[in-house]
Design a protein around this ligand. Structure first.
Ligand code: NAP
Length: 525
């Protein structure tokens, strides 16, 4: 596919007029062509107006038409072929197999949302039929369904150039809900963004949908992103990135005269708790497996295990020794961007120069630019509790082991943690009482609690929760991965005493859509 560097506003292509963004290949530091001149308030307003004019038509598309559209987007992405893989590898430094897997996940999640749309269960229809003869008071006829919130702004993530970018989880769930989407491309992968954006544009054309259902805008320097979340036509936003970026945009969204839901996924260090019996039985084995998880994609997963919390003693020493050996053997990996590599280096420096940690091991240094050298450090619980630096996320393959004197101190550390996407228990049968004591704390802290696994690897399915209390996300009531993500972009509307002819199809008397509706407290078959 030939890249032009143009923005996609509805079915039009528009050359920006602001400073151009150039993608950088982080493996070589080479600048990639073409240039992507940024948009201005003018293009943002144009895209938002188009999205608003498409909204009422798009949100009332039939379940089948909307599902077909999502499937067509997946087909169009696959049809780009190897050009997409090559460009995404060049723009991200991620391996070819990782990017191929991500394309599979991206198309798989679009098709999963198509399936979800077809069931209509997300409409969550509830009907309490009128009871005109009820004593002492008659009951009015009440019918509830969910409708789309309105146009959604999506900020592509740097660490998932396909699965959490232009046609990623936020976009797929918003489109599934019936919301037009305007994507602010991440400046690290504008070429990948253009390719995927054109695939969506083509799917809209093929499915005969209004052009405003999708637009793609570029822009560095935060102007475009801020203009987007503050445009009055935008009714919600999805973001994955840094805590500072997420908070700045969240504040902009809340300062509007009409504040809107802003779903930001920001910072998580994903604590792992190897409990005493598990450490005794398989400490060394666990140490090696832990480093496998830590090194995935140079640690640039939001679920990277950045913290290990355990009771000190010879069994924990064995875990640390095995993990240290695995760290020393770890090859350096290219990070996503020069900025992320610099932030990683300064985060590791902050830890090692804090005077509070001991270096266990460093991985191989690597020769090219933007290399991530794995790191493992250890600190006492007391020092961890007293130091903000030790508690901060270091985005990359570095982890800190926190040594506690006993179970009470371990619970104190757990209680002190900020909100997390995940918390992991490594346990054997004899650890059950310790696990039971920790669980209420972990449920309060994290969106996903797991046993004897590793947090990296997020299944896209119905039961997944990829969310959690602040700062993991800005709204702990929901998830950004899995089919439940659709509910972020819906709201309930109740229709009272409507004539059948005026009711939306889903809540009409006849149930022509064959939905499993809750009628008078009973689920229809
Ligand atoms: P980022 O700097 O937060 O950027 C994400 C997006 O938000 C980009 O489109 C960026 O615009 C925009 N943005 C950032 N700050 C903004 C502001 N103040 N106002 C308006 N728009 C703003 O994230 P990143 O570049 O992906 O990575 C930087 C750091 O974020 C990493 O080192 C890591 O710590 C963290 N991170 C966390 C996760 C996670 O899953 N938790 C994922 C990725 C990154 P531009 O395109 O113009 O920069």
């Amino acid at each position: 596919m030939k890249l032009t560097g143009e923005m996609l506003i509805g079915q039009q292509t528009v050359k920006g007029s602001c400073d151009p963004i150039h993608a950088i290949n982080p493996a070589t530091d080479e600048q990639l062509e073409p240039a992507y001149p940024g948009g201005t308030q003018v293009e943002v307003e144009h895209a938002c107006k188009l999205a608003w004019s498409a909204f009422d038509t798009y949100r009332e598309t039939s379940l089948e038409d909307r599902a077909k559209f999502l499937e067509t987007v997946a087909d169009e992405i696959e049809a780009i072929g190897e050009d997409l893989i090559e460009r995404a590898v060049a723009e991200s430094g991620l391996s070819q197999s990782r990017i191929q897997g991500e394309r599979g996940r991206t198309c798989g999640q679009l098709r999963l949302f198509a399936k979800t749309v077809r069931t209509g269960e997300w409409l969550d229809v509830r009907i309490d039929p009128g009871m005109p003869d009820r004593q002492p008071m008659p009951r009015v006829d009440l019918r509830q369904r969910h409708i789309a919130l309105g146009p959604v702004a999506v900020f592509g993530a740097s660490n998932f150039p396909l699965a959490f970018s232009v046609a990623g989880g936020d976009t797929a769930s918003a489109l599934a809900a019936g919301c037009p989407v305007i994507v602010k491309a991440h400046s690290a992968h504008p070429g990948t963004s253009e390719m995927v954006g054109r695939a969506i544009q083509s799917a809209i054309n093929k499915c005969g949908l209004p052009e405003g259902v999708f637009s793609l805008i570029y822009g560095a320097g935060y102007e475009v992103g801020t203009a987007l979340v503050t445009d009055p036509h935008i009714k919600a936003a999805g973001f994955t990135g840094s805590r500072s970026g997420g908070l700045a945009l969240w504040k902009a969204a809340q300062s509007r005269s009409e504040p809107i839901p802003f779903y930001a996924e920001m910072s998580s260090i994903n604590p792992v708790f190897p409990l005493p019996e598990a450490l005794k039985v398989r400490g060394r084995e666990m140490g090696k497996a832990f480093v496998g998880s830590l090194n995935m994609s140079a640690g640039q997963f939001c679920t990277n295990p950045g913290l290990v919390i355990a009771i000190k003693g010879p069994d924990l020493d064995a875990f640390i020794a095995a993990a240290g050996e695995a760290v020393k053997e770890s090859a350096a990996q290219t990070m996503l961007t020069p900025g992320i590599a610099d932030a990683y280096a300064s985060g590791v420096k902050g830890l090692s120069s804090s005077g509070k940690v001991k270096e266990v091991a460093r991985g191989q240094a690597g020769e090219g630019p933007n290399q991530c050298q794995t790191g493992l450090f250890v600190a006492s619980a007391q020092d961890f509790l007293g130091s903000e630096v030790l508690q901060q996320e270091v985005f990359g393959s570095t982890s800190l082991v926190v040594e506690c004197t006993d179970a009470a101190e371990l619970e104190k550390v757990a209680e002190h943690l900020e909100g997390q996407l995940t918390a992991t228990l490594q346990m054997d049968g004899a650890d059950l009482d310790n696990a039971k004591a920790l669980l209420p704390i972990l449920e309060r802290k994290a969106g996903r609690v797991m046993v004897n696994g590793w947090p990296t690897g997020v299944e896209v399915c119905d039961a997944m929760v990829h969310g959690g209390p602040f700062p993991a996300t800005s709204d702990s009531r929901t998830t950004s991965v899995g089919t439940a993500a659709i509910f972020r972009f819906l709201r309930p509307v109740c229709y009272q005493d409507f004539p059948d002819a005026l009711l939306p199809e889903a809540i009409k008397q006849g149930n022509s859509l064959k939905l499993k509706r809750l009628v008078d407290g009973k689920r229809e078959a």
